[in-house]
Structures are given as C-alpha cells and as structure tokens.
Design a protein around this ligand. Structure first.
Ligand SMILES: [Zn+2]
Length: 260
C-alpha cells in the first residue's frame, strides 16, 4: 500500500512526536532499543492493549485504521474475552460471542486480534501477570503500544494500563507508549491529552467496528459517549472529530513555555 504524507491536520500534536502512522521522530534521551521507529518510511508494528473486546475499537479505532491504511501492522491484544458482561449468559458462551465480535471489528480495521487469557471482571495485576503480559508484548516486537489510561473507574482498565506501563519500564522503554481514553467522565478520569489524531475521514469505519460489538449496546454507547467524545476532542484539535492520547515520556523536559 502506498504511504501518504500526512495532511497537515491529520495529526495535531503538542509533543515533538509525529503519529498517524506516518512518521515517528527519534525519542530524544530514551533508552530506545531499536532504530526502526526512527525511520519515517519503515513499516511499524502497532499493538493496542485493551481490557475487553471493544476497548481498542471504541478508544482508538480511527487511529488504528489510519495506521493500517498507511501500511503498518496493527495488533489488538485483548486482556480478556469480556466473558462477564451479561450475568444471564455463561462465561463460555459470552466469551465465544465477544470473540467473534472482536474478530469482525478487527477485520473492519485491518487489525489482528490476540487474547491474553485473563478473566473479565477479575483481571490481575501481580508479578506473574506483569511477566506474562510483558513477554507477550515484547514477543510482538512493537514499535508503539497503545493502552488504556490506568486512572479509570473500571478495575480491568486500571489493570490494563498498569500492565502496559510496567512492561514499558521493564523493557527499558523499548517501545513508544501512548494511553487512550474510553467513556471519559464515567470510566477514564484525569485524562489530559498530549496528542490528537484527526479521524474525521474514518468515523464511519470506526463506527462499523464499534457496532460489530452487538452485545454491548453499541448504538447507545456510541450516541451517549463516543460520538460526543470524538466531537469534543475534535473541537479541542480544530477538526470535526479526533481521538486523543497521552504520550508517556518520563524523560522529556515538559516545560514548553516560551522563554523558559
Ligand atoms: Zn472495557
């Protein structure tokens, strides 16, 4: 697939990094193991970690589609299969249904689904899981990992964000780490974006991926939460619809005030 130069408004950034599947600038001062993410024209592997089927799609489906359209490899690593989402349905049946929904959504976004084997509503953050998920992530050799922001009302989302953060630290920051938001104000909290991706042209495709999660009341979830969120982040970024991220860079000098 031909790679395109990013349109000026494709990615509105406040940091020194470029995203949007087009170019990744060198990570100044970071113990970055690989040089591949410094090459603007190199194929990247993007891994999006989510607690449940649907989290990556709702949180950053537009950005992931943008990456895959640009010729990059995208993997969704779901921590669980969402097996606890309906008390009237057995875990086994719900896991089967939600796995199928995730597979359908991934096809729409041209992503590859993987499942990490934890249990919905009972995810674990401990030494064993830190090692297991860290190994799974590194085995994928990601250039960039997107994960849920850990300050969230849902315990599974907290666990997901912290597992990613721990893997990033333990790997000597071998990949770029971005956090994404879901249901901000209800689930994600304290989210102050550093970067925005214009998803205006990808809204319908993202919507189709979200609506593939038929067991999750996608129409109301979209209308009540994600449609206004895309538009709110779009207003902040000066475009019609955007997804917002926190680029986690502990070493970066954050003072960007002119004159300091
Ligand atoms: Zn979730």
């Amino acid at each position: 697939m031909e790679k395109k130069k990013p349109a000026r408004r494709d990615f509105i950034k406040r940091s020194a990094m470029a995203l949007g599947g087009i170019a990744i600038a060198p990570m100044t001062g970071m113990a970055h193991k690989t040089a591949k993410s410094n090459a603007a024209d190199k194929k990247l592997h993007i891994v999006c970690l989510g607690a449940h089927p649907g989290d990556p799609e709702f949180g950053c489906g537009g950005t992931m589609a943008k990456y895959s359209d640009a010729g990059h490899q995208v993997t969704f690593l779901y921590l669980t299969r969402g097996e606890a989402s309906d008390p009237k349905v057995t875990y086994e049946a719900m896991a089967a249904a939600r796995t199928k929904e995730a597979e359908t959504a991934c096809k729409i976004l041209n992503a590859t689904p993987q499942f990490a084997g934890q249990i919905d509503g009972n995810t674990e953050l401990n030494k064993t899981q830190n090692e297991k998920i860290g190994k799974m992530l590194l085995a994928l050799n990601p250039d960039i990992v997107f994960a849920q922001w850990p300050v969230d009302g849902h315990p599974d989302h907290q666990v997901t964000g912290m597992l990613a953060l721990t893997a990033w630290v333990k790997s000597a920051r071998a990949f770029h780490l971005y956090f994404y938001e879901v249901n901000t104000g209800v689930e994600t909290m304290g989210f102050v974006p550093t970067d925005y991706v214009d998803i205006t042209a990808l809204r319908e495709r993202k919507k189709a991926a979200m609506f593939a999660h038929k067991t999750q009341d996608p129409i109301n979830t979209y209308n009540d939460y994600f449609k206004p969120l895309e538009e709110f982040r779009g207003l902040e970024a000066g475009v019609k619809a955007a997804e917002a991220f926190i680029h986690f860079k502990t070493e970066q000098v954050r003072a960007t005030i002119v004159g300091l």
